[in-house]
Design a protein around this ligand. Structure first.
Ligand SMILES: [Zn+2]
Length: 142
């Protein structure tokens, strides 16, 4: 699993805006992927563009667009909830979806098919962790 220590080493302190400018980008999502709640523009780490294009394509191709109910964010400089280390959202390499039905520490309600759209293309799912975070997907490597 990618750790906040690795991200710190690779990209530096996310609270420093001049660092942020090096790895973040405002990605203009291609119009053929702008379906349902998929964002039209997405402020994310540059490394996310390839995997997210593939994940969004998977969702569309597999007929699961109705299962993607809410887009709950990517970039957010903050600590992991209740923990000392920084969340990987701080470097823009994590996203949350369907948050209302997949709360932290709760049993995820997301279908395996939807999860697979992401895990098939470079994402790790928080729904398998000891402290379940079913809304959360992050890059498997950086
Ligand atoms: Zn998250």
């Amino acid at each position: 699993m990618v750790t906040s220590a690795e991200c710190l080493k690779k990209w530096g302190d996310p609270a420093i805006t001049t660092n942020e400018l090096k790895y973040m980008t405002l990605w203009d999502v291609p119009s053929h992927l702008e379906i349902g709640v998929i964002p039209k523009k997405l402020y994310c780490n540059k490394l996310m563009i390839g995997p997210l294009m593939q994940a969004f394509s998977n969702i569309i191709d597999r007929g699961l667009i109705d299962e993607l109910k809410t887009w709950d964010g990517c970039f957010n400089v903050r600590k992991k909830r209740g923990l000392k280390s920084m969340s990987l959202h701080s470097w823009g390499i994590a996203i949350d979806i369907n948050a209302a039905w997949n709360g932290l520490g709760k049993t995820p309600t997301m279908s395996n098919r939807l999860v697979k759209c992401f895990t098939d293309c470079g994402f790790e799912w928080g729904g398998t962790w000891t402290r379940k975070d079913g809304m959360h997907f992050q890059l498997r490597s950086i």
